[in-house]
Design a protein around this ligand. Structure first.
Ligand SMILES: NC(=O)c1ccc[n+]([C@@H]2O[C@H](COP(=O)([O-])OP(=O)(O)OC[C@H]3O[C@@H](n4cnc5c(N)ncnc54)[C@H](OP(=O)(O)O)[C@@H]3O)[C@@H](O)[C@H]2O)c1
Length: 245
Protein backbone atom coordinates (compact mmCIF):
# COMPACT_ATOMS: atom_id res chain seq x y z
CA UNK A 1 0.00 0.00 0.00
CA UNK A 2 1.12 3.55 -0.76
CA UNK A 3 2.12 5.57 2.29
CA UNK A 4 -0.88 7.08 4.00
CA UNK A 5 -0.05 9.08 7.15
CA UNK A 6 -3.58 8.83 8.54
CA UNK A 7 -3.48 5.02 8.51
CA UNK A 8 0.16 4.80 9.59
CA UNK A 9 -0.42 7.01 12.62
CA UNK A 10 -3.97 5.97 13.50
CA UNK A 11 -3.13 3.70 16.43
CA UNK A 12 -0.66 6.14 17.97
CA UNK A 13 -3.15 8.99 17.79
CA UNK A 14 -6.03 6.91 19.18
CA UNK A 15 -4.06 5.32 22.03
CA UNK A 16 -4.44 6.41 25.64
CA UNK A 17 -1.05 4.90 26.32
CA UNK A 18 1.48 3.53 23.82
CA UNK A 19 5.22 3.09 23.32
CA UNK A 20 6.38 3.27 19.71
CA UNK A 21 9.91 2.61 18.51
CA UNK A 22 11.38 3.76 15.21
CA UNK A 23 14.52 3.09 13.21
CA UNK A 24 15.57 3.96 9.70
CA UNK A 25 17.76 1.28 8.19
CA UNK A 26 19.28 -0.09 5.00
CA UNK A 27 18.29 -3.32 3.25
CA UNK A 28 21.09 -5.02 5.18
CA UNK A 29 19.88 -3.77 8.56
CA UNK A 30 22.40 -0.97 9.15
CA UNK A 31 21.50 2.33 10.78
CA UNK A 32 24.81 4.21 10.48
CA UNK A 33 28.21 3.87 8.81
CA UNK A 34 31.29 2.79 10.74
CA UNK A 35 31.97 6.46 11.46
CA UNK A 36 28.42 6.97 12.78
CA UNK A 37 26.99 8.79 9.76
CA UNK A 38 23.25 8.16 9.50
CA UNK A 39 21.84 11.36 8.00
CA UNK A 40 20.08 10.54 5.80
CA UNK A 41 19.62 6.85 5.14
CA UNK A 42 15.95 7.40 4.39
CA UNK A 43 14.37 9.94 2.09
CA UNK A 44 12.45 13.13 2.74
CA UNK A 45 9.05 11.39 3.07
CA UNK A 46 10.30 9.07 5.79
CA UNK A 47 11.71 12.08 7.61
CA UNK A 48 8.31 13.78 7.38
CA UNK A 49 6.70 10.62 8.82
CA UNK A 50 9.13 10.79 11.75
CA UNK A 51 8.08 14.39 12.37
CA UNK A 52 4.39 13.35 12.24
CA UNK A 53 5.20 10.66 14.83
CA UNK A 54 6.91 13.23 17.05
CA UNK A 55 3.86 15.48 16.80
CA UNK A 56 1.58 12.56 17.79
CA UNK A 57 3.26 11.67 21.10
CA UNK A 58 3.75 13.30 24.50
CA UNK A 59 7.45 12.43 24.84
CA UNK A 60 10.28 11.17 22.69
CA UNK A 61 13.36 9.34 23.94
CA UNK A 62 16.86 9.23 22.47
CA UNK A 63 19.96 7.58 23.88
CA UNK A 64 23.20 9.26 24.89
CA UNK A 65 25.03 7.82 21.86
CA UNK A 66 22.78 9.56 19.36
CA UNK A 67 22.88 12.92 21.13
CA UNK A 68 26.68 12.73 21.49
CA UNK A 69 27.22 11.79 17.83
CA UNK A 70 24.41 13.50 15.91
CA UNK A 71 23.52 16.45 18.14
CA UNK A 72 19.88 16.19 16.97
CA UNK A 73 17.21 18.84 17.52
CA UNK A 74 14.31 16.38 17.95
CA UNK A 75 11.76 19.09 17.15
CA UNK A 76 8.64 19.02 14.97
CA UNK A 77 9.43 20.92 11.78
CA UNK A 78 7.96 18.92 8.87
CA UNK A 79 4.50 18.43 10.40
CA UNK A 80 1.87 20.46 12.20
CA UNK A 81 1.97 20.08 15.95
CA UNK A 82 3.95 20.64 19.05
CA UNK A 83 7.40 19.32 19.89
CA UNK A 84 6.91 16.74 22.66
CA UNK A 85 8.97 16.46 25.83
CA UNK A 86 12.46 15.48 24.67
CA UNK A 87 14.03 12.84 26.89
CA UNK A 88 17.76 12.07 26.79
CA UNK A 89 18.69 8.72 28.34
CA UNK A 90 22.19 9.49 29.55
CA UNK A 91 22.96 7.27 32.57
CA UNK A 92 26.59 8.34 32.85
CA UNK A 93 26.24 12.07 32.19
CA UNK A 94 28.39 11.91 29.03
CA UNK A 95 26.30 13.95 26.63
CA UNK A 96 27.96 17.31 25.80
CA UNK A 97 26.34 20.15 27.76
CA UNK A 98 26.48 22.29 24.61
CA UNK A 99 24.15 19.90 22.73
CA UNK A 100 21.67 22.00 20.79
CA UNK A 101 18.52 20.37 22.24
CA UNK A 102 19.45 21.86 25.65
CA UNK A 103 19.71 25.42 24.33
CA UNK A 104 17.21 25.80 21.47
CA UNK A 105 14.21 26.98 23.54
CA UNK A 106 12.02 24.59 21.51
CA UNK A 107 10.42 23.05 24.61
CA UNK A 108 11.25 21.15 27.76
CA UNK A 109 13.99 18.54 27.94
CA UNK A 110 14.37 15.80 30.53
CA UNK A 111 17.73 14.12 31.08
CA UNK A 112 17.70 10.74 32.82
CA UNK A 113 20.83 9.79 34.75
CA UNK A 114 21.66 6.63 36.70
CA UNK A 115 21.76 7.05 40.46
CA UNK A 116 25.33 7.49 41.73
CA UNK A 117 26.64 9.19 38.58
CA UNK A 118 27.74 12.83 38.38
CA UNK A 119 24.88 14.73 36.76
CA UNK A 120 25.39 17.13 33.89
CA UNK A 121 25.84 20.65 35.23
CA UNK A 122 25.39 24.18 33.84
CA UNK A 123 22.24 23.24 31.98
CA UNK A 124 19.56 25.88 31.28
CA UNK A 125 16.50 25.91 33.61
CA UNK A 126 14.30 24.37 30.88
CA UNK A 127 16.30 21.14 31.26
CA UNK A 128 15.17 18.88 34.10
CA UNK A 129 17.24 16.04 35.50
CA UNK A 130 15.70 12.80 36.76
CA UNK A 131 17.76 10.13 38.49
CA UNK A 132 16.73 6.47 38.32
CA UNK A 133 18.33 3.44 39.98
CA UNK A 134 20.41 1.34 37.58
CA UNK A 135 20.19 -2.44 37.31
CA UNK A 136 23.19 -4.62 38.15
CA UNK A 137 24.53 -4.31 34.60
CA UNK A 138 24.40 -0.51 34.79
CA UNK A 139 21.42 -0.10 32.47
CA UNK A 140 18.15 1.46 33.58
CA UNK A 141 15.07 -0.73 33.39
CA UNK A 142 13.04 0.59 30.42
CA UNK A 143 9.82 -0.01 32.41
CA UNK A 144 11.02 2.50 35.02
CA UNK A 145 11.71 5.06 32.31
CA UNK A 146 8.21 4.69 30.84
CA UNK A 147 6.58 4.70 34.30
CA UNK A 148 8.38 7.96 35.11
CA UNK A 149 7.12 9.52 31.88
CA UNK A 150 3.55 8.34 32.46
CA UNK A 151 3.70 9.88 35.95
CA UNK A 152 4.73 13.15 34.28
CA UNK A 153 1.62 13.08 32.09
CA UNK A 154 3.32 11.55 29.04
CA UNK A 155 1.51 8.27 28.28
CA UNK A 156 2.34 8.23 24.55
CA UNK A 157 6.06 7.80 23.97
CA UNK A 158 8.25 7.53 20.87
CA UNK A 159 11.63 5.85 21.23
CA UNK A 160 13.53 7.44 18.39
CA UNK A 161 16.73 5.51 18.77
CA UNK A 162 19.46 4.85 18.56
CA UNK A 163 19.88 1.14 18.12
CA UNK A 164 21.10 0.37 21.66
CA UNK A 165 18.27 2.30 23.30
CA UNK A 166 15.63 0.69 21.10
CA UNK A 167 17.12 -2.80 21.47
CA UNK A 168 17.04 -2.52 25.28
CA UNK A 169 13.44 -1.31 25.09
CA UNK A 170 12.36 -4.19 22.83
CA UNK A 171 14.23 -6.68 25.00
CA UNK A 172 12.49 -5.19 28.02
CA UNK A 173 9.11 -5.84 26.41
CA UNK A 174 7.88 -2.24 26.59
CA UNK A 175 7.48 -1.48 22.87
CA UNK A 176 3.94 -1.80 21.51
CA UNK A 177 4.57 -0.80 17.93
CA UNK A 178 7.68 -0.57 15.76
CA UNK A 179 8.05 1.65 12.71
CA UNK A 180 11.02 0.42 10.69
CA UNK A 181 11.81 2.41 7.58
CA UNK A 182 13.83 0.43 5.09
CA UNK A 183 15.80 2.30 2.46
CA UNK A 184 16.83 0.69 -0.84
CA UNK A 185 20.48 0.92 0.15
CA UNK A 186 23.19 -1.64 0.97
CA UNK A 187 25.85 -0.49 3.40
CA UNK A 188 27.70 -3.75 3.86
CA UNK A 189 29.25 -2.54 7.10
CA UNK A 190 28.38 -0.14 9.89
CA UNK A 191 26.14 -0.05 12.94
CA UNK A 192 23.48 -2.71 13.23
CA UNK A 193 19.89 -1.79 13.97
CA UNK A 194 18.92 -4.39 16.55
CA UNK A 195 21.08 -6.38 18.90
CA UNK A 196 19.05 -8.77 21.02
CA UNK A 197 20.00 -11.83 23.06
CA UNK A 198 20.97 -14.73 20.75
CA UNK A 199 18.38 -17.34 19.84
CA UNK A 200 18.97 -20.80 18.43
CA UNK A 201 15.55 -21.63 17.06
CA UNK A 202 13.74 -19.60 14.43
CA UNK A 203 10.55 -20.18 16.41
CA UNK A 204 12.04 -17.95 19.12
CA UNK A 205 12.49 -15.02 16.70
CA UNK A 206 10.19 -12.05 17.00
CA UNK A 207 7.83 -12.23 14.04
CA UNK A 208 5.14 -9.66 14.61
CA UNK A 209 2.02 -9.04 12.61
CA UNK A 210 2.96 -6.17 10.33
CA UNK A 211 1.73 -3.82 7.64
CA UNK A 212 3.86 -2.22 4.96
CA UNK A 213 3.51 1.15 3.32
CA UNK A 214 5.57 2.38 0.39
CA UNK A 215 6.92 5.92 0.13
CA UNK A 216 7.07 7.55 -3.30
CA UNK A 217 10.84 8.02 -2.96
CA UNK A 218 11.48 4.28 -2.53
CA UNK A 219 11.52 3.65 1.24
CA UNK A 220 9.28 0.97 2.71
CA UNK A 221 7.75 1.41 6.14
CA UNK A 222 7.10 -1.70 8.23
CA UNK A 223 4.57 -1.08 11.02
CA UNK A 224 4.90 -3.98 13.43
CA UNK A 225 2.63 -4.89 16.31
CA UNK A 226 4.86 -6.16 19.11
CA UNK A 227 2.18 -6.52 21.75
CA UNK A 228 1.65 -10.24 21.24
CA UNK A 229 5.42 -10.75 21.11
CA UNK A 230 6.48 -9.77 24.56
CA UNK A 231 6.67 -13.34 25.80
CA UNK A 232 9.31 -14.31 23.25
CA UNK A 233 11.34 -11.17 23.78
CA UNK A 234 11.64 -11.58 27.52
CA UNK A 235 12.34 -15.29 27.37
CA UNK A 236 8.99 -17.04 27.57
CA UNK A 237 8.65 -18.28 23.99
CA UNK A 238 5.52 -20.31 24.74
CA UNK A 239 3.47 -17.19 25.32
CA UNK A 240 4.42 -15.55 22.02
CA UNK A 241 1.78 -15.29 19.36
CA UNK A 242 0.85 -13.34 16.30
CA UNK A 243 -1.78 -10.71 16.75
CA UNK A 244 -3.72 -8.91 14.07
CA UNK A 245 -2.93 -5.22 13.64
N1 LIG B 1 18.95 5.25 11.53
C1 LIG B 1 18.30 5.61 12.62
O1 LIG B 1 17.06 5.55 12.68
C2 LIG B 1 19.08 6.10 13.80
C3 LIG B 1 18.39 6.64 14.89
C4 LIG B 1 19.13 7.09 15.97
C5 LIG B 1 20.50 6.96 15.96
N2 LIG B 1 21.13 6.42 14.89
C6 LIG B 1 22.59 6.25 14.88
O2 LIG B 1 22.94 5.37 15.91
C7 LIG B 1 24.26 5.66 16.33
C8 LIG B 1 24.32 5.68 17.85
O3 LIG B 1 24.05 4.37 18.29
P1 LIG B 1 23.93 3.99 19.83
O4 LIG B 1 23.39 2.63 19.91
O5 LIG B 1 25.19 4.32 20.54
O6 LIG B 1 22.94 5.12 20.29
P2 LIG B 1 21.86 5.32 21.39
O7 LIG B 1 20.92 4.17 21.47
O8 LIG B 1 21.32 6.66 21.08
O9 LIG B 1 22.66 5.47 22.76
C9 LIG B 1 22.98 4.33 23.51
C10 LIG B 1 23.36 4.76 24.88
O10 LIG B 1 22.26 5.40 25.57
C11 LIG B 1 22.25 5.00 26.92
N3 LIG B 1 21.06 4.14 27.14
C12 LIG B 1 20.09 3.83 26.29
N4 LIG B 1 19.16 3.03 26.87
C13 LIG B 1 19.57 2.84 28.12
C14 LIG B 1 19.04 2.15 29.24
N5 LIG B 1 17.89 1.46 29.20
N6 LIG B 1 19.74 2.15 30.37
C15 LIG B 1 20.90 2.83 30.46
N7 LIG B 1 21.45 3.52 29.44
C16 LIG B 1 20.77 3.54 28.30
C17 LIG B 1 23.54 4.24 27.14
O11 LIG B 1 24.52 5.22 27.43
P3 LIG B 1 26.01 4.87 27.97
O12 LIG B 1 26.74 4.42 26.74
O13 LIG B 1 26.53 6.13 28.52
O14 LIG B 1 25.86 3.78 28.97
C18 LIG B 1 23.74 3.61 25.77
O15 LIG B 1 25.00 3.11 25.48
C19 LIG B 1 24.62 6.99 15.72
O16 LIG B 1 25.54 6.76 14.68
C20 LIG B 1 23.33 7.52 15.18
O17 LIG B 1 23.54 8.29 14.03
C21 LIG B 1 20.45 5.97 13.82
Amino acid sequence: MKYDPETALARIRAADRIVVGQLGQTLDGRVATVTGESLYINGREALAHLHHMRASVDALIVGAGTVALDNPRMTVRLADGKTPLRVVLDPNGRVPVKSQCFHDDAGPVLVIHAEGMTPLSDLPPSVEILTLAPREDGTICPHHVIDALVQRGCPRVLIEGGPRTLSLAVEGGIVDELHIMVAPMLMGSGKRGFTLPPIEKLSDAISPASKTQIFDDGDVLFICDLRGQRGAVIGFPDSAGRQAL
